[in-house]
Design a protein around this ligand. Sequence first.
Ligand SMILES: Nc1nc2c(ncn2[C@@H]2O[C@H](COP(=O)(O)OP(=O)(O)OP(=O)(O)O)[C@@H](O)[C@H]2O)c(=O)[nH]1
Ligand SMILES: [Mg+2]
Length: 387
Amino acid sequence: MAAQSVPPDSAVLVALDFGVIDIEATIAEACELVATAGAAVRAVVRGRREKPDAALFAGSGKVDEIAEAIANCDAKWVVFNHALSPIQIRNLERALETRVVDRTDLILDIFAQRARSHEGKLQVELARLEHHMTRLVRGWTHLERQRGGIGVRGGPGETQLEIDRRLVADRIRLTKARIAKVARQRQTQRGARRRSGVHTVAIVGYTNAGKSTLFNRLTRADTYVADQLFATLDTTTRRVWLGAGAEVTLSDTVGFIRDLPHALVAAFRATLEETASADLLLHVVDASSPRRDGEIEDVNAVLAEIGADLVPQLLVFNKIDLLSQAEASVTMDQCGKINELRISAVTGHGLDALRAAILSRLPATLPHAAQGIIPRPDARDLSGATS
Ligand SMILES: Nc1nc2c(ncn2[C@@H]2O[C@H](COP(=O)(O)OP(=O)(O)OP(=O)(O)O)[C@@H](O)[C@H]2O)c(=O)[nH]1
Ligand SMILES: [Mg+2]
């Protein structure tokens, strides 16, 4: 089950509108996900439905439309921008005679391509194995045995089902044990930091919101920044110096996305514990995104899933340089506590206010006279990640 990347083939994207979210922004994001996975969307099949069809997800007329789109652009696979059941995938592949990939497969595959550190790779492996387990159902066609392109699939046919289940279960146990070992090291590091009285600030947010750009600005680090989804998978933590003599550690971590697969959230739990145990979260939002309110909700949903919903948050609207109203500003709640800021991590607008806001929101043990966060000349990389 080595990590395999999506072949650079053409794909047909299927995006059905169930009337809940901004469908156009969702389609644009799905196209980016497909591109990030290394392929290209040649046609988009849209539709409106009350609820998914139990057998095929889409209606049979829509499936005919998808078949036509496949023939027109010689697509090698069909991407559904939805989570499908194993039965739906099986039925669709039978009907379309083409590989069918759902949103979960796509995100897992991108994570597999991106994982760099030992811990990151183990976590992605676990997520893929867990997902693979749910896909081991009876009645797969010859397509399952032939393929091996995307993600976790490529497993043997149904005659192998029981053996396959046992093998996957063994791999899951082994991977979990290895992750637990790395997590223990991480916990020890975190414990040492806590005992030293250093406060922790974690940057969270939707993928591509500008978290790593902000992290680099505040720490003068050179974490990988790219205009692509899930550029960062590993948590990087750095100690930054507060002017008055106190220090905080700042962490940059994996970005979130709508419908982040549960298997991934579970597998990344150890990494995300850094977030749940932080004293303050900088929730970075791409202020120029047409879906920014939805993205805030998506991030808050994942935070709740990892038990970080009660950690105090500063909402940081980033990329204001892309807006017509590009002034940096600060918003306070009824108690006079800063809870929102508008900044640009690229131009540096609003960063002094952000430093002051971080300081004002940290627990009282820190001296409040500090002027801002200034990286120490010897700022060390404190991430537990080993590459
Ligand atoms: N115009 C503008 N672009 C920005 C700003 N901040 C970040 N960007 C750009 O947004 C893109 C994503 O930035 P990253 O810092 O990699 O975003 P991230 O949130 O770490 O993304 P992931 O690690 O993929 O989740 C890059 O092309 C950045 O240059 C900003 O303030 N203004
Ligand atoms: Mg990043």
